[in-house]
Each structure stands twice: as C-alpha cells, then as structure tokens.
Design a protein around this ligand. Structure first.
Ligand code: ATP
Ligand code: MG
Length: 549
C-alpha cells in the first residue's frame, strides 16, 4: 500500500488500531486489557478490567497504575521498575500479587508492552492482566495432587519393596526349612538304616548266642525263640512261637513262675537275675526237666510289655557243685575222723605215758630206795643218788609230754581247770600277761566241745607266742544263748587277713575245721598294728551229748 498524506493516514491508522484494541479489550472479559500513558497513568479501561479489578472506568482512568500493586511492591518501586524494563525491552512479563479495588488480593499474570509510534517515540503501555488465582490454586492443587500421588507411589513402591523383601525372606525361610527338612529326612533315613542294620546285627547275635533267648509278650506267649532255645528245649521255633511260656516250665512251677514274671513287670526294674533264691527248672519237649540259670529283662514297646529271658542249662554246673559239696563234706569227715583218731591216739599215749611209764618209774624208785637201805658203798650211794635224780627228771618229762599230748586234767577235771592251767603255763613260758574269764564260772562242757575249745585256745595262744609280739592277752569263754563263745584277743602286731596262707600253715585252718565239725564258725579280726581277735562260736550240745573223742 502506498503511503499518501503521511500524517492523516497515520492518525487514521492509529484510530483504527485503537478502535480495534478497544473492541478487543471490551470483548475480552477474562483479561484486564488497558492502556497506560508513558508515566504509568491509566489511559483506557475495559470490561475485563472492571471484572477483575472492580473499578469503573471513571474511577480509575487518570490514576497511576501503582494502585494495582501491593504496598510492599509499591514501596520497593516495582511499578516504575516494570515500566522501565518494558520500555527498555519492549515487553515484560510478571506474575505476582495485585490488589483489587476492595483491597482483596489476587494472583496476577501481567504482560506490559511498550507502545511506540512510527518514529520510535514511547507513547504509552498496553497492559494485560490475568487473574490466575484459580489457575494457581488449580496448579497448586495439581502439584499437591502430584506430590500426593508421588507420595502414594513412593509408599506403594516402598510397600512393594517391603512386600518383595518379605516374599524374599519368606522364600529364604521356606528354602531353609525345606533344606532342614531334607537334612532331617536324610538323618532319619540314615538312622533308620542304622536301626535296621542294628536290628539285623542283634538278630544275628541273638541267633548265634550260646544261651537260649526267649521273648514273651504280656500274655506270656512266646514271640522270639532263638536257635539255642530250640536245641535246649528240643522244640522247633515254628512250634514255640505263639505257644505259652508255661509249655517250657514244669507244671508245679508254672503258677509261681507266671506270678514272678508279672510281679517283675509291675516292679518296673529293667532287668533281674532269676532264681537267685531258688532253682528255676526248665522242661524239655520230651519231658525231661533241667535246672536253668536265667535273667529276665523287660521293655515297653508302644505301650506293650515284652519280657526277654536269657537262660542256660546249668545241669552240669549243678551236678559239679553237688559233687564238689559232697567231696568237701567227705574231706571234712575225713579230717574230722583223722582229728578224732589223733585226739584218741594222743589221749592213749598220754595215759600210757602217765600210767605205764609212771608205774615203771615208781617201781624203779622203790627198787632204788631198797638198794639205798642195803648199806651200799659211798660210790654206789652216789650212783644211786644220781639215778634218783634222773628218775625224777623222767617223771617230769613224761608228765610234760603227756600233758602236751593231752592234758589229763581235761578228762579228769574238765575244761575250766584245763584252760586255767593252759593260760598259766603260757604266761610262765612267755612272760606275756594273760587273763582268763569264764562265764558262767561253773561252766561245764563235755566232749567233743571241751576238746575243741581247749585245742582252739591252745593253738591261738601258740600263735600269739609265735607271731604276735603282744604284751597282753585276754581270753574269755562264755555260754550265751546255747552258744559257746571263745575269744582270744591280743594287742600284738596283727596281720592282713587277705594275705595268702602259707602252704605249711595249718593252725587257723585247723581252728575252723574244729568249729565246723560242731556246726560253729570262727571269726578272725586282725589288722597290722591293731592286734588280733579270734572268736569261735559253737552251738552248745545238750549236757551229756556225744561221747568223747
Ligand atoms: N595272734 C597273731 N598275731 C599275729 N599274726 C598271727 C597271729 N595268729 C596268726 N597269725 C599269722 O597268721 C599266720 C597263719 O597262722 P597259722 O596258725 O595258720 O599258721 P602258723 O602258726 O604259721 O603255722 P602252724 O600253726 O601251722 O604251725 C601266721 O603265720 C601269722 O603270720
Ligand atoms: Mg599256728
């Protein structure tokens, strides 16, 4: 377009632009669009301005635009600054608080554009203000919403992570549990395998055991019967299993045996030897009876009781024991009769020494006194005197020998004087203080008791003299409750009872034998350094008992 009549055309154009601007400003109600002059005074007003800021055109046109600003901004010179910046840059944008006519504040988005004419002279400013309070709130809401969503998302994420961690943990737990279970299973399998091999071993041991092994249940019926049991009872296993145990016990013992097993079951002890008090008998299939030695044990298996009896045929042992007992008895008898024979022999010798030799010596002494009265020569007289001396010594010797063999006093005066003599004699010979008490004092014992007591005392005193190195010996003979008790107690060196007997020592054995013949016993108490006590206890025979030995 050609520019003709420059000025008019410019004025027309501006008027047109102003008209359009006005139109635009009038019709746009969401924005306050208005003009400021070069100093910032409101030059035009619009419907949007009225709506947003509350001013009528006549109220605001001509007033400085700083009334739209909050006091703090006014004070800091913000309105002038913005105009300066807009003039410099052509346009500025700002978002901030503004004030309505009624003083209320709103959030505004502001664009200020510098208006210049064709020659570049500043003619004023166009200002567009938009109330963005709602927008801002919406934005803030959106932001809070977004923040909330982020938070929720974060929470969800954390929750998710926790969940995942829990799942992982739980999975690990489950895996560990699984492994533990697997390990346990392996252990159990191994234990079962071991158990089964142990069972097999046990079965093998039971089967090959030399002793018969029988297991019975609560009803006393056989549930296990090993090979040794088969051959012992002469009964095949197939027949024995399920049979009552009574089948293997002689009839007269059955009831007692069943009661014994039941009582054992109630007693609750796990094992016990059977027949320690009495002989237990077994019964073979073909009827023979035999003595057995048995031990019984019990176990509780799932509430059921099982008894296992291990037994052995002891016929041979019982037989051997009986034979041993018999032979011991025979030996005792033999020793006893040898003792008696010796005692009789000694008595006879003593008596012969006393009577025969005594008679002869007495006759010799009478003959010598005849010779003496027959006026012998001095040398003959001396010879006769010497011979008399020898004869006296002979008398003394024969008396001593006789009484060593057997004190005639024992037969003639009884035990108490003989014992007194023995004790006195011992004291004289050894110098050891020896004291005898007899209770009751008038105790009168007959043979064989008197001889036995006398000989036990004699041997004990000999031992004291030989071994004890004692200074005091106390002897007592007492009759108490139809039992004779002889005690010889010394304060000597004593000895160890457990020491083995010397093969040549028969003194103490002899004591025991003598007591044993008469149904008595000898108890020896001794300890090195603590003296020795020999105590013989023999049942007293009724007065006028067995004949003298
Ligand atoms: N009163 C005692 N004090 C110390 N030791 C004693 C006493 N009596 C016996 N003994 C010990 O006991 C042992 C066995 O005594 P025992 O009378 O059986 O045999 P012995 O006296 O040695 O021989 P024997 O009596 O056969 O001649 C003695 O050797 C001695 O060691
Ligand atoms: Mg002796």
């Amino acid at each position: 377009m050609a520019r003709t009549g420059g000025k008019e055309t410019g004025a027309e154009e501006r008027a047109e632009i102003e008209a359009r601007f006005k139109l635009l400003a009038e019709n746009v109600v969401d924005y306050a669009i208005f003009m400021l002059d070069g100093q910032g005074y409101v030059a035009s007003w619009s419907a949007g301005g009225e709506r947003i800021k509350g001013y009528q055109p006549e109220e605001i046109i001509g007033r400085h635009f700083s009334v739209f600003y909050v006091p703090e901004d006014v004070q800091s010179g913000k309105p002038e600054r913005e105009l300066r910046e807009a003039a410099a840059a052509g346009r500025i944008e700002d978002e901030g608080w503004r004030v309505r006519k009624d003083g209320s504040r709103f959030r505004a988005f502001v664009v200020i554009t510098a208006l210049r004419d064709g020659s570049g002279v500043l003619r004023g400013f166009a200002k567009v203000t938009r109330d963005v309070t709602e927008l801002k709130r919406a934005e803030e809401e959106l932001q809070t919403e977004v923040a909330e969503r982020r938070r929720v998302e974060q929470e969800l994420k954390e929750l998710n992570q926790t969940l995942e961690r829990r799942v992982a943990e739980r999975t690990a737990d489950l895996q560990a549990l699984n492994e533990a279970l697997r390990a346990e299973q392996a252990v159990r399998e191994r234990a079962e395998a071991e158990l089964s091999s142990a069972r097999q071993r046990l079965a093998g041991i039971i089967e090959s055991a030399m002793d018969a092994v029988i297991t019975i249940d609560e009803r006393q019926e056989v549930v296990l019967f090993n090979a040794a049991a088969e051959s012992l009872f002469g009964c095949p296993r197939a027949e024995a299993i399920g049979a009552p145990l009574a089948r293997f016990i002689p009839g007269r013992f059955q009831a007692a045996h069943a009661a014994h097993v039941e009582q054992f079951g109630r007693a609750g002890v796990t094992s016990r030897r059977m027949g320690s008090q009495r002989i237990v008998m077994g019964l073979r299939s073909h009827g023979g009876e035999f003595p057995i030695e048995a031990s019984i044990s019990q176990i509780d298996q799932s509430g059921k009781k099982f008894y296992t009896v291990i037994l052995r045929d002891v016929s041979e042992r019982v037989l051997a024991e009986r034979k041993l007992r018999e032979s011991q008895e025979e030996l005792h008898q033999l020793a006893s009769s040898a003792q008696t024979a010796r005692e009789q022999e000694k008595g006879r010798l003593a008596r012969e020494l006393h009577d025969e030799l005594g008679q002869l010596i007495t006759s010799l002494k009478i003959d010598l006194s005849f010779l003496k009265s027959d006026s012998p020569s001095p040398s003959q007289r001396a010879k006769i005197g010497a011979m008399e001396g020898l004869l006296d010594a002979m008398v003394a010797a024969s008396r001593r020998i006789a009484s060593d063999l057997r004190p005639l006093m024992l037969d003639d005066l009884g035990l108490v004087p003989a014992a007194e003599w023995l004790v006195q004699n011992f004291q004289q010979r050894t110098g050891i203080d020896c004291d005898l008490t007899v209770d009751p004092p008038d105790l009168d014992l007959h043979d064989p008791h008197a001889t036995a007591i006398y000989r036990i005392l004699q041997e004990s005193l000999t031992n004291v003299a030989k071994h004890a190195q004692a200074t005091v010996v106390k002897v007592s003979v007492e009759l108490d409750n139809d039992e004779i008790a002889l005690t010889i107690r010394d304060n000597g060196r004593g000895f160890r009872l457990t020491d083995p007997r010397r093969p040549t020592s028969f003194g103490l054995v002899g004591l025991r034998e003598r007591a044993y013949f008469l149904g008595g016993i000898v108890v020896i108490e001794s300890e090195p350094g603590k003296g020795t006590a020999i105590c013989a206890r023999i049942p007293a025979a009724p007065s006028g008992g067995p004949a003298a030995r």
